[in-house]
Design a protein around this ligand. Structure first.
Ligand SMILES: Cc1cc2nc3c(=O)[nH]c(=O)nc-3n(C[C@H](O)[C@H](O)[C@H](O)COP(=O)(O)O)c2cc1C
Length: 166
């Protein structure tokens, strides 16, 4: 029998969902970090990725104003701390310092990202699409770092808890 469900219920059914930290630049040059599940690759040649963030948050404004962002797939030991980056806005606190997210960046890189992550993708904004409550930010991939020895963390039971598969 067919059962009609809401988009929120659908998002539970797709769980484990992808999960990453998105870092962006605040006006003072410091780094804001947010928890994010809605990211995807959208092109190989050129390499492009996309994220969808709420229009109420700080991250989207940072990206629109200062172009650069990074996607970091954190390891298991940072799962809980990374989830906490989804509980408040960068306008109210320094989340990386408060929750113990270690950041790194080479001198010639435009934005910091999570040190020791499984995957770090550094991006420059190519296009932004306003979609009412969220906006889609398509990023041109500038550099990718990867470490397959770091276990991938997913968002389990919708977006409730961090978990590792396998
Ligand atoms: C597991 C998890 C996944 C999340 N995924 C998203 C997402 O894909 N898009 C989004 O806009 N917010 C998402 N959030 C909520 C944001 O992290 C939250 O609104 C955050 O406070 C925004 O921070 P900012 O205002 O500093 O940008 C998620 C939160 C959690 C815990």
């Amino acid at each position: 029998m067919k059962k009609e469900i809401t988009i929120g219920q659908a998002q539970k059914l797709t769980s484990p969902n992808p999960f990453c930290i998105v870092s962006s630049l605040k006006e003072d040059g410091s780094t804001n970090v947010m928890a994010l599940s809605w990211w995807t690759y959208v092109s190989n040649h050129p390499a492009l990725v996309a994220i969808a963030t709420s229009n109420k948050g700080m991250t989207g404004k940072n990206i629109l104003e200062r172009e650069y962002f990074a996607i970091s797939l954190v390891g298991e030991e940072l799962g809980e701390a990374a989830f906490k980056c989804g509980t408040c806005h960068g306008t109210d606190c320094d989340k990386a310092a408060e929750f113990g997210i270690p950041l790194t960046k080479a001198e010639d890189e435009p934005v910091a990202y999570v040190d020791g992550a499984r995957l770090n993708i550094i991006c420059r904004l190519k296009q932004a699409v306003n979609l009412e409550d969220h906006s889609l930010y398509i990023g041109e991939v500038l550099k990718i770092y990867g470490d397959e020895d770091v276990a991938a963390v997913y968002a389990m039971n919708g977006y409730s808890t961090p978990g590792v598969i396998g």
